[in-house]
Design a protein around this ligand. Structure first.
Ligand SMILES: Nc1ncnc2c1ncn2[C@@H]1O[C@H](COP(=O)(O)OP(=O)(O)OP(=O)(O)O)[C@@H](O)[C@H]1O
Length: 235
């Protein structure tokens, strides 16, 4: 494996939860690499630690031990400012539930990350790019709709456009189609494939959806507290 191509790497990553009084060793030393332009799917049984892992690499949580390197830089050594920048520019999140702001239109929701990152930036340029992203996700006709005026699948596609807004190096998605019916889940899977192909977007997607895995360029599995290569018979 070519070192220069690695965008994200974890070394001996552990996460132990003890807040409830009981010691829960969920991640037991995860070694993982994500290459630039890779579309990696992470599967695993419910409760195996997939979201825990994604939250750590997204710097939404702190590991108990081990290292997370993004472009070779150790996340735990980042200053607060660097971490803000990491959230705003390096990674884009898509969760199972869209988390759109209900009082803002689809277009305004997509613009928000750019306004936060670059409040003095050229608003019409940001707006134009947000419009192009909404067009990309098939919602050119829904720019002025509020989240409650969109279907579940449409809301999730707005969330994908929002995640793309700051041109992140990596999209981290946690069960993005988990709350959708079959038809909308299929559309969302195709959308991920499209953004991978068209934007050369690097993606790490946690999913139970076997059809999403078909589009991926690599697949790993969370098992026994570590990430292992996927083997069909393990499922
Ligand atoms: N903050 C926390 N405190 C204590 N236990 C936690 C905490 N967060 C997660 N856990 C436990 O860690 C385990 C792994 O949770 P996680 O959400 O990472 O699993 P998952 O693989 O994403 O599951 P699913 O596929 O069901 O979403 C679970 O048993 C959960 O109860």
């Amino acid at each position: 494996m070519n070192n220069a191509e690695k965008i994200l790497e974890t070394k001996a990553l552990t996460r132990v939860f003890s807040e409830t009084g009981e010691r829960l060793e969920i991640l037991k030393g995860v070694d993982f690499s994500l290459l630039k332009n890779e579309f990696c799917v992470l599967t695993g049984a419910s409760g195996s630690g997939k979201s825990t892992f994604l939250n750590l690499v997204g710097a939404l949580d702190t590991p108990t031990s081990g290292e997370i390197l993004f472009e070779g830089k150790n996340l735990s050594k980042m200053s607060a400012k660097e971490k803000d920048e990491y959230h705003a520019k390096k990674v884009g999140f898509v969760f199972q539930f869209h988390h759109l702001l209900s009082e803002f239109t689809a277009l305004e929701n997509v613009c928000i990350p750019a306004r936060i990152l670059n409040p003095l930036g050229n608003f019409s340029e940001q707006r134009e790019y947000a419009e192009s992203l909404l067009e990309k996700v098939g919602l050119a006709g829904r720019l002025k709709h509020l989240p409650q005026e969109l279907s579940g699948g449409e809301r999730q596609r707005v969330a994908v456009a929002r995640a793309l807004m700051n041109r992140p190096d990596v999209i981290l998605a946690d069960e993005p189609s988990g709350s959708l019916d079959e038809k909308n889940a299929r559309m969302l899977n195709e959308l991920f494939q499209q953004i991978h192909e068209d934007y050369k977007q690097t993606l790490l997607v946690v999913t139970h959806d076997e059809r999403m895995a078909e589009f991926a360029t690599s697949r790993v599995h969370m098992h026994g507290g570590v990430v292992v290569p996927f083997e069909k018979e393990r499922e």
